[in-house]
Write a protein that binds this ligand. Structure first.
Ligand code: SAM
Length: 641
């Protein structure tokens, strides 16, 4: 079922995906033969007054061209839903997603349905500290000769790239991260943002890499978070009490949100009227450029409560100015946003203007007010607290090393303004992101959905989690979600989505892969039943094929297809797509299908068939009839293998 993807992989080059995008967005710069019209493109840039520059610099590393190539390749995995888990009452209607698998495959799958739809991505990748276990995981399927030819490098360089396997050098880490970030960018919505946790080991490299992938202009900031513990003090170096989080928006459409005020902030709102608690700020401009001559138009009389005229006077007895124009002031007055204080002052007249005893202020109401964060986050939960929280949830210490604090993630999700959207974490570890989402949804009635990806990384036998019975990291991550959900439900009684849908990314057996790669619909030389070869412990082959295709065709991981009976054959229908996966489609089913399309009783635009399942004669009948549909009907026949 992924045979076409595998066959396409044979022709993929380093920049194939980017070229596709370029052609899609700028067809006018390509000839019929696919050649690029460089001069027309230069003229276009000139019209927009964009200068060409030769003074360029960029991050270069061994493996960069391979990393680009890897991001272009199609995944060799399929999506397998855990049917039993997903049918449980608490998960049946859930829109949260947990994917067990390598995130490079997960990201490629997700692009089928979620491209441009993710508002917030948070990731906490391996920091490559030397002791965090990061090694480059790819077991390249190429010989040096092969790779050199594929990506246009020398064999010597290809050999060095192949040697990255199992290494934890900077080049290995960058080669690992680069394709993942390239894919992640495509998932972001235009008003979306990505946050990436990192420390000093790779911060500088990550910054340059992100400048290249997301664009320097889209750098939102580097948030330094006080971890609450200082490490590295024993070495002859400055101890480290910070951890960083680089953030980039997809485009300038991103709006940075604020975070709710804490108790300390709220204390400033110590005045009250019928509209609620408020604080005040002088209407007079304070600080720099506060003099009348700095903005003559913002020097005008306003009426005090007793009807007298008030002019702005500076603290050192000079004529000052208001912080707004007369029109803006009138607007505030209409909205009852002006507050007055009265205090007897000594008489002062400058240039004929008399100082008043009245001072005007602007009211700032507490309700709905948030504050913008700075790039130094202090005073929030540190790493130790996060570990204690996990210990309390699991009932034993160190279930997971270095989980991130929930309070930190709360801040990131809130400033990304994703109250109703999807938050993706594709290095999810102990699932802190999921617990944070549940907490925010319960507290603020948000409707955020989370999507987590976690490698089924083996837990070493000497780890506390192993002793407690967990064998892979995703088991801890999933159990954390369930424990946290039960706790939040118990504490808040909030009516939110506590469940999640579970999917595994599986690789077909080698023989199946070969069959898939070599399949030709006209000469079906496959000995196996190509549906049951995809059976596994989570789902039947048919369920796996359907889940993979629904996602590939843009229906996502949540929506389900329904059975649709033709003459005797049962197909699967979702919106305007009909899937023929099972064997057994006969002539009378084809006739019924065609009739129903033509008489409008079946409104579809796409018919997707599993080529192995349909007899050649029936397939031909289908192909012929679909081409000549009556009543102006148009249905695209997609044959997949
Ligand atoms: C630093 S931890 C994340 C911790 C997480 N933020 C938390 O609070 O628990 C990084 C996680 O990424 C996972 N990981 C590493 N490589 C991966 C890959 N290729 N695909 C998916 N997950 C991966 C590791 O197993 C680890 O659990």
């Amino acid at each position: 079922m992924i045979g076409k993807n595998l066959q396409d992989n044979l022709d993929i080059k380093v920049n194939s995906k980017k070229m596709e995008k370029l052609k899609d967005d700028f067809p006018e710069f390509f000839t019929k033969e696919g050649d690029f019209k460089l001069d027309s493109f230069k003229d276009f840039l000139k019209e927009e007054e964009v200068e060409l520059t030769k003074e360029a610099y960029e991050l270069d590393f061994l493996g960069k061209s391979y990393a680009k190539y890897e991001s272009s390749l199609n995944t060799e995995t399929y999506i397998s839903p855990d049917v039993e888990h997903n049918e449980k009452p608490e998960n049946k209607d859930s829109e949260n997603v947990y994917i067990v698998g390598d995130n490079i495959d997960a990201l490629k799958h997700l692009l089928g349905s979620y491209s441009g739809k993710i508002k917030c991505i948070y990731i906490d990748p391996p920091y490559n500290t030397g002791s965090d276990g990061f090694v480059y995981p790819d077991s390249f399927k190429f010989t040096a000769e092969n790779l050199a030819e594929k990506i246009g490098i020398t064999e010597e360089e290809a050999d060095r790239i192949l040697n990255l396997e199992g290494k934890s050098s900077h080049a290995a880490w960058l080669t690992f991260m680069y394709p993942r970030l390239l894919l992640a960018r495509d998932l972001l919505a235009d008003d979306g943002v990505i946050f990436i946790s990192i420390d000093d080991n790779e911060q500088a490299n990550l910054k340059l890499m992100c400048d290249e992938i997301f664009g320097e202009d889209n750098f939102v900031g580097c948030i330094s978070r006080a971890t609450g513990t200082t490490t590295g003090q024993d070495a002859n170096k400055v101890g480290s009490s910070l951890d960083y989080c680089l953030s980039y928006s997809k485009t300038s459409l991103f709006n940075l949100g604020g975070i709710p005020l804490n108790e300390q902030d709220a204390k400033r709102f110590n005045k009250k009227d019928e509209k609620g608690d408020f604080s005040i700020l002088q209407l007079r401009k304070t600080g720099n450029e506060d003099r009348k001559e700095d903005r003559e138009t913002m020097f005008f009389p306003i009426k005090a409560p007793d009807g007298s005229e008030v002019y702005p006077f500076g603290p050192e007895n000079y004529l000052s100015r208001w912080r707004m124009s007369n029109d803006s002031y009138k607007e505030l007055l209409r909205e009852d946003m002006i507050y007055w204080e009265y205090e007897e002052k000594s008489e002062l007249i400058i240039d004929g203007y008399e100082r008043s005893n009245w001072t005007p202020y602007v009211k700032y109401y507490l309700e709905g007010r948030t504050k913008q964060i700075s790039n130094l986050l202090t005073g929030i939960e540190g790493n130790k607290k996060a570990s204690i929280h996990l210990k309390n949830l699991f009932g034993f210490k160190d279930a997971f090393t270095n989980p991130k604090p929930i309070e930190f993630l709360e801040i990131l999700i809130q400033i990304s303004q994703s109250e109703n959207s999807i938050v993706l974490d594709f290095f999810s570890g102990s699932s802190t992101t999921a617990e944070t989402v549940l907490k925010l949804n319960a507290k603020y009635k948000y409707k955020i959905k989370y999507m987590l990806v976690q490698l089924p990384e083996t837990i070493l036998t000497n780890k506390p989690a192993y002793k407690a019975g967990y064998r892979t990291v995703d088991e801890i991550g999933r159990d954390r979600i369930e424990r946290a959900a039960a706790k939040i439900k118990d504490e808040t009684k909030a009516d939110i989505d506590y469940g999640y849908k579970l999917f595994y990314l599986e690789k077909p057996r080698e023989k199946t892969l070969l069959d898939l790669e070599e399949f030709k619909p006209e000469i079906k030389l496959v000995s196996d039943d190509m549906i049951s070869v995809f059976d596994n412990k989570h789902a039947s082959g048919k369920e796996n094929i359907l889940a993979t295709w629904l996602n590939e065709d843009g229906y996502g991981l949540i929506k389900e297809a329904i059975d649709y009976k033709l003459e005797n054959y049962i197909a699967q229908l979702i919106e305007k797509t009909l899937y023929i996966i099972d064997e057994g489609l006969e002539s009378d089913d084809v006739m019924k299908l065609i009739k129903q399309i033509e008489d409008d009783s079946l409104d579809i635009t796409r018919l997707v068939i599993y080529s192995y399942s349909v007899k050649f004669s029936v397939l031909n009948e289908l192909r012929k009839n679909i081409k000549v549909l009556k009543n102006n009907k148009n249905v695209t026949l997609i044959e997949r293998f």
